[in-house]
Design a protein around this ligand. Structure first.
Ligand code: SF4
Ligand code: SF4
Length: 472
């Protein structure tokens, strides 16, 4: 029985409800009257439910599809402006006891190099990341209670926050580790993490169990109910995601939105972020084996429909995607991207030797952070290294309220300029610096409040004189 308020996975992600939604969407995919009504509702910027959004996703009318993409671009602009938040992943350990068939870290892979960073190695990696200009990390680790216990993760977080190299600092650590207990989530919350991110991989229980044949991750309910435990443990911001390509995308899309509705219904706060990874080639993984791969056109439409359905949620895209694909979907929904990423355990200090690779997947966008920053600015986006919200206590419902009222931009926009200025002063190449200074001057004029504009101008001058870490 479908019940978004239930704490049981089988009830808030009811398979029956997903299937009925897909039938409803298929039946109405050419119903322009209904599609127009849904689009009218979407224009109010309050989001859509999973059934309405699924009809938009299924819609096959070319003209309407263009309208959908345009509306998503407009909503993205209204909520997030033109800033794009930057982050980098840091893999701590690839020891893993699970058997996920799409990931090269699965237990049976005996030839991949297994590695776990020591605290000294973490200090080295974080120094290298700071020297690139990063301020926000997402830490990743396989699930292995002996090799990577929660104490190791907590110690790693403390180490990351403690490194201060030159003007560098990691100001926000997001955490992507396996589903765990309320007690462990409480420890993570106490350690001052940003967002807890856990990809569902697939919401289809039958597929999930086949794709996770062994290990603790096999337990669908425990995995799917993890965000409720995280919130019970005091983590305000959680990030959802599915791995597109494993199951039918329409199924994943509807279920993902049902998960967002569930978090909103139970905790009063929807997901802080939604990630949209697609399955990629990796060590012993061939994406062609999974027959639900999606084209770039469909991928763009998924991003646009998520943007319309949950306007308040940040959307993340990683370097799994090519520069071309990233450019395309930035406009219609994405608010955060990684840059200069390594998907190996370590690798920021020194590249791994060819015959000792420990990567989780192949990176498609291999540009440096400086190149990505430069590219974003040439597209009139503001690369932002902002981490202000969580440090100002704007998390959970406090953040959502600002975001839903489209007021968060009043902080995002000046903060983007201040943190970009820090980047230009400390890390940018000559060309990036020239482009960035021009962009900042231009964007200052777009700050509508005179007071905020003046304060931003003053703080920018202070940054030129060596001041750091200003925020709204
Ligand atoms: S996806 Fe995560 S849990 Fe599964 S094998 Fe890879 S690292 Fe382990
Ligand atoms: S102000 Fe908050 S929402 Fe905006 S970029 Fe900074 S941390 Fe993110």
């Amino acid at each position: 029985m479908y019940n978004p308020r239930s704490l049981r996975a089988e009830e808030f992600i009811s398979d029956e409800e997903v299937r009925e939604t897909l039938e409803y969407a298929e039946k109405n995919k050419d119903n322009t009257e209904l599609i127009d009504r849904i689009l009218e509702k979407a224009k109010q910027r309050k989001g859509l439910d999973h059934r309405e959004a699924s009809v938009l996703l299924a819609c096959s009318d070319k003209k309407k599809n263009r309208e959908i993409i345009e509306l998503a671009c407009q909503i993205k602009k209204d909520f997030y402006g033109n800033r794009i938040v930057m982050f980098a992943p840091l893999y701590l350990s690839n020891y893993c006891v699970n058997g996920c068939v799409y990931c090269p870290y699965h237990l049976k892979n005996k030839h991949i190099r297994r590695k776990k960073l020591s605290m000294d190695e973490i200090r080295g990696e974080v120094t290298a990341l700071q020297d690139m200009g990063h301020k926000r990390l997402a830490i990743e680790s396989g699930e292995d209670p002996e090799m990577n216990p929660i104490e190791y993760i907590l110690e790693s977080i403390r180490t990351i926050y403690s490194v201060k190299h030159k003007n560098g600092a990691i100001r926000r650590v997001n955490v992507n580790i396996a589903a765990t207990t309320v007690e462990n989530y409480r420890k993570l919350a106490d350690a001052g993490i940003g967002t807890y991110i856990l990809f569902q991989e697939t919401y289809n229980r039958e597929s999930y169990e086949k794709l996770h044949p062994t290990g603790p991750k096999h337990n669908y309910a425990y995995h799917t109910e993890a965000m409720d435990r995280a919130m019970e443990g005091g983590i305000d911001d959680v990030g959802l995601g599915v791995l597109f390509g494993l199951e039918l995308y329409r199924y994943e899309f509807a279920a993902l939105l049902m998960h967002a509705e569930h978090l909103e219904a139970v905790h009063g706060v929807g997901p802080h972020t939604i990630s949209v990874p697609r399955i990629k080639k990796a060590d012993d993984i061939d994406p062609a084996v999974f027959d639900n791969g999606i084209s770039d056109d469909i991928f763009e439409k998924i991003v646009a429909c998520i943007r319309i359905a949950v306007p308040y949620t940040g959307m993340i895209i990683s370097t799994r995607e090519t520069a071309e694909c990233r450019e395309r979907i930035l406009r219609c929904g994405i608010s955060q991207i990684s840059g200069g990423s390594k998907t190996s355990v370590g690798g920021y200090c020194e590249p791994e030797p060819e015959d000792e690779k420990s990567e989780q997947f192949d990176v498609s966008d291999t540009r440096t952070l400086d190149e990505v920053v430069n590219w974003l600015m040439k597209m009139d986006c503001i690369p932002s290294f902002c981490t202000a919200c969580y440090r100002e206590g704007r998390t959970g419902d406090r953040f959502m309220e600002l975001c839903k009222n489209q007021q968060i931009q009043n902080c995002c926009h000046p903060n983007a300029l201040l943190t970009l200025k820090e980047y230009l002063e400390d890390y940018a190449s000559e060309d990036t610096k020239i482009t960035g200074e021009k962009l900042i001057e231009k964007e200052l004029l777009n700050i509508t409040s005179e007071k905020v504009r003046e304060t931003t101008r003053n703080r920018l001058s202070e940054i030129s004189r060596g001041g750091r870490d200003f925020r709204f």
